[in-house]
Design a protein around this ligand. Structure first.
Ligand code: HEC
Ligand code: HEC
Length: 276
């Protein structure tokens, strides 16, 4: 385990000064025990526990949850023929609930892509199937098509515990993700751990800081007035500390995706989640 960052940097204290107040998590909040003693968190808590009653209620209502519009778009695309091979996802994978069972909760995974084995998330895997097997163009990151299919696939595993591999060939990716998580970046010289490990449960301006868990992505955000991928969220957090974000779908964000998924190992998949 890497050494954790201790305390807040000078710049960070300035940002957090004044607005820093510890809020109680609501009574009876759900948490999970970490799988090993080396885990950096004492308890693993989904981001939903930090949101207000109305936001949580919206997430739990499949008819009202706006994320389901995105899922429906994915459903339609699943059986739509596209590309030079005249195939749809369904042609090869069949019914999504069967073909994609156990997939969403276990990504990112090492998969073949462009002739080599590399760490791949659901978004990149969808594009690999499109370009390498369908003769179709890749979807752009965070376009409704790619997000819709990702929501559809992750939602098949809703309620299943996040269960990513971190050993063997995964280890170098895992270490890289861990290093990124604890590296200070940006003008504010902060790491992910500053906010999501040392200060979760506290308020930063009007926002109740969570552990930065990833089990609800892609998510519907009021602020975005729409859906967004996990890499969009990573990017936003890096911009907030005035850092230069890595590209969506890049090896850096994939490594971070693996590492953050492991920090939430055991949390149920909640896609599509709702956030403020
Ligand atoms: C021509 C057949 C074909 C088509 C069409 C196809 N795929 Fe695939 N897909 C595959 C194969 C083969 C694999 C397994 C790749 C491997 O194991 O390296 C795969 C793997 C996947 C996986 C990972 C599954 C796992 O168990 O980890 C996902 C997710 C996926 N495809 C999504 C899609 C989506 C979404 C579409 C439509 C946009 C699609 N695929 C279209 C053949 C296809
Ligand atoms: C200055 C504090 C700060 C830093 C540093 C920061 N974040 Fe965040 N992050 C937030 C806030 C505020 C939110 C929205 C409220 C929440 O869920 O915590 C958020 C949300 C998130 C979420 C969404 C959680 C959910 O359940 O919807 C993820 C994932 C995340 N951050 C990951 C990261 C990663 C990875 C890094 C490092 C690259 C990082 N954050 C750095 C403040 C920060």
């Amino acid at each position: 385990m890497m050494k954790k960052t201790v305390g807040l940097g000078v710049a960070a204290s300035v940002v957090l000064a004044g607005g820093l107040a510890v809020a109680e998590l609501r009574e009876g909040y759900v948490y999970f025990e970490p799988s090993s003693e080396e885990h950096p968190l004492d308890e693993i808590i989904s981001g939903r526990e930090f949101r207000d009653d109305a936001t949580r209620a919206l997430q739990e209502d499949d008819f009202e949850n706006p994320g389901f519009l995105s899922l429906e778009e994915g459903e339609e695309l699943w059986s739509t023929v596209d590309g030079s091979e005249n195939k749809s996802c369904e042609s090869c994978h069949g019914d999504v609930a069967e073909g994609m069972a156990g997939v969403g909760s276990t990504y990112p995974k090492l998969m073949a892509q462009g002739g080599k084995t590399t760490l791949t998330n659901i978004e990149n895997q969808i594009n690999t199937c499109r370009t390498e097997r369908m003769g179709a163009e890749a979807y752009k990151y965070d376009k409704p098509q790619l997000t819709g299919l990702t929501v559809l696939i992750k939602n098949v595993d809703r309620g299943e515990p996040v269960n990513v591999s971190t050993e063997g060939d995964y280890e170098s990716w895992f270490k890289k993700g861990e290093e990124l998580y604890y590296t200070r970046v940006g003008q504010l010289d902060m790491s992910c751990a500053h906010c999501h490990e040392e200060h979760y449960g506290e308020y930063i301006r009007a926002d109740h800081l969570s552990q930065g868990q990833t089990n609800g992505f892609p998510t519907y955000r009021f602020k975005w007035q729409g859906m967004g991928s996990l890499h969009r969220r990573f990017s936003g957090c890096m911009k907030n500390i005035r850092g230069v974000p890595y590209a969506k779908g890049s090896d850096e964000f994939l490594a971070l995706e693996l590492y953050t998924a492991w920090r939430g190992q055991g949390l149920p998949v909640e896609t599509p989640s709702v956030r403020n």
